[in-house]
Design a protein around this ligand. Structure first.
Ligand code: PGA
Length: 257
């Protein structure tokens, strides 16, 4: 973390979890734990059907609500899809773009990631752009090249003015939902590389203001060490964000002085 230059953001990614009543139960348990805003921003990414109720439930709290994906066109014949504009219109603040599960199961490519990043920014949403390598890619030794490629693709055509609103999440695929976390050093190395690429594209001032999260089995036990790394500015948390007490422990790790 480096609070002088950029925001620390702790975001929960609920994926396809929690019904409406479970969402309400979470809010009831979680809100009293939150306390007044401190250092980090808190975000919850929830299934589309629960976005509006979640926005109501967390109104007047430090929690912003995020979508887990969006379409790249503002409107049109795309049955089943939701545009960035529609999300913005109901009070959504962030949207995850290019999560590895969407890259793997739903044909999300670096090209669609770029279109979605630009659509989100155009609509006034902050994209949380996920990048990360598979185990095979790490073992081949191509992690940094792959990350550079994903980051450059995501940002193609994005102005320096708008990059300030982009959040990156380094999520090694082998660490997602596996209980196997990247070491703090591995996380730092890749987050530092992401910042170096942004620096090359937009200059040092812009690069030092961009929030770069780590994601992949982050939990109350490992959060503090990961967040202590200079280029790790928060977390994108799956499993551990489903339980109010565990998610709160990670927020506390980010809130510490
Ligand atoms: P995990 O998921 O924390 O359950 O590994 C992280 C993510 O996929 O964003």
């Amino acid at each position: 973390m480096n609070r002088r230059y950029r925001k620390t953001i702790i975001a929960g990614n609920w994926k396809m979890n929690k019904t409406l009543s479970e969402t309400k139960a979470f809010a009831e348990a979680f809100k009293p734990m939150l306390g007044r805003p401190r250092w980090c921003d808190v975000v919850l990414c929830v299934p589309a059907v629960n976005l509006q109720p979640a926005i109501r439930l967390f109104k007047d709290s430090r929690v912003s609500i995020a979508a887990e994906t969006c379409h790249y066109e503002p409107s049109g014949a795309y049955t089943g899809e939701i545009s960035a504009e529609m999300l913005k219109d109901i009070g959504v603040k962030y949207v995850i773009v290019g999560h590895s599960e969407r890259r793997q199961y739903y044909n999300e490519t670096d090209l669609t990631v770029n279109k979605k990043v630009r659509a989100a920014l155009e609509a006034g949403l902050k994209p949380i752009v996920c990048v990360g390598e598979s185990l095979e890619q790490r073992e081949l030794g191509v992690t940094m090249e792959l990350i550079a490629y994903q980051v450059k693709c995501a940002l193609a055509g994005v102005s320096a003015e708008r990059v300030r609103h982009v959040v990156f999440a380094y999520e090694p695929i082998w660490a997602i939902g596996t209980g196997r976390t990247a070491t703090a050093q591995e996380a730092q190395e890749v987050c530092e590389t992401i910042r170096a690429i942004i620096r090359k594209l937009y200059g040092a001032r812009v690069a030092r203001g961009v929030t770069i999260q780590y994601g992949g089995s982050m939990n109350p036990q490992n959060a503090f060490e990961l967040l202590a790394q200079p280029d790790v500015d928060g977390g994108l948390i799956g499993g551990a964000s489903l339980k109010p007490d565990q998610f709160m422990e990670i927020i506390k790790a980010a809130d510490q002085d």
